[in-house]
Design a protein around this ligand. Sequence first.
Ligand code: F6P
Length: 540
Amino acid sequence: MPDTETQNAIWQALAKNQQTHQHRSIVSLFDDARLASFTAESDDLHLDFSKTNIDSDALELLIKLAESCHIAEKRDAMFAGDKINITENRAVLHTALRAAKDSVLTLDDEDIIAPYQKTFTAMQEFATNIHNGTIISANQQKFTDCINIGIGGSDLGPLMATQALTPYHTGLKCHFLSNIDGAAITDLLVGLNPHTTLIIIASKTFTTTETMVNAKTAIAWLKAHITQGVEQHLVAISSAPDKTAEFNISPERVFGFGDWVGGRYSLWGPIGLPIMLAVGTQNFQDFLAGGASMDRHFCNADMKQNLPILLALTGIFHRNICNYATRAILPYDQRLARLPAYLQQLDMESNGKSVDIDGKQVIRASGPIIWGEAGTNGQHAFYQLLHQGTDIIPTEFLIAANGHEPALKHHHDLLKANCLAQSEALMIGRNSEQAMEIAGKLGYQGEAQKMQAAHRVFTGNRPSITLAYPKLTPFVLGQIIALYEHRVFVEGVMWHINSFDQWGVELGKELANTLLPMLHDADPIGKDKSTINLLRKLKN
Ligand code: F6P
């Protein structure tokens, strides 16, 4: 869809707004009305994007732009099961995994909710039986550990959520194995007892090399210790259940899901089994309820109060109007330490595209680079660049009002103070007069004082967004994840790209298959000189 005249006019007006106001101080925008228009809430989440250089004119233009991109219609089409992933001819219905049990949703004339609910019930029974010891290991012991073997969407989401919900853990320890590097499985197995370890092989396609090879090595480890009943230690999760037969896993241990769930959106369903095993069925349901609550908010809230839309609009403003190439995710929540990695896949695999939905070259920049680290660790690593570097990095802070450790409230107060201090410092900075005063107090005078002061100036005016919530509960986590999913969706619609395929990961996989034999005897036919040279160096 080429830009309509309306859209062009809005883009131009936004560019003009930026040109006029790019050097304006963000602080000057804080009139009495700003907080009302530049914060929004949904259940437990409070979004504050007032510390950005978006003024009310720009916000209005951004909302008009979103309207002209038919966000509401496209959102409804996604929720209704239209095949919006056109390169794979698939519906995009991860939202169905968290929909009410009694909802009805047909795809290709068949209801998908009731059959999925059957799988979900089976998953819950399985998790309950593992917890209460009804399902036990080959030598009749209760399982103490579980390894989820998967990669990408079959790893990042479950791992991030399991870690995020540590205070809700039931006692069964969940470990995650993804990398093909033999070091990963070696180091993991060292600490585990094969007699009490359950292995989940999680792969949507059940063809992913890393997962298949790691699974075979893990099964060989089990077999080396267990003479009979290894299959009692195995579970498979896939949308290609027929492919799981190769591993001899009994059908009641295979949890399937439809191709209408994208890998990076799959933690809400069977791929979330390790989360359910870690936190129990009720907490998992609360997590789903958080996601469903965000779905309702996304579908019903006015655009001006709609968290996913507002978050997306700040993203569009920073990426396309300000030309900021990256976005830092900074959870002041140690248990969300893997959120940046999870969002890297969610966002970059979805919106890292140069071709639009019609197969044409995109006409403006699409997905930014996502990166980040848990606060306060990042402060002592890369925040120097955030505050004084030559690039401006829009930052997104996440912070809970309360931790799960009441006895350590003083830690949490320091965490909150640091989080607020960073967004304040990024916005307000420190001017040269203040820096001169500091240098003067340190005893510097004349040219030395000026030089010392120059190093202590913070330009400020660096935008940030803060997402605040009462506590990182399963419900809140569900809200946060669904918020980011829908933000990615809205941005993808506004860039007119397909956010639900990932052809960019294929070429490397194909080339790895051609290179593997060349590491042994095969001639490096068709390879470039650098690759041939490196092959030679790396052979044995
Ligand atoms: O490499 C990309 C990818 O296809 C992701 O989209 C996906 O989440 C991951 O690989 C793992 O795929 P699977 O679950 O099929 O093993």
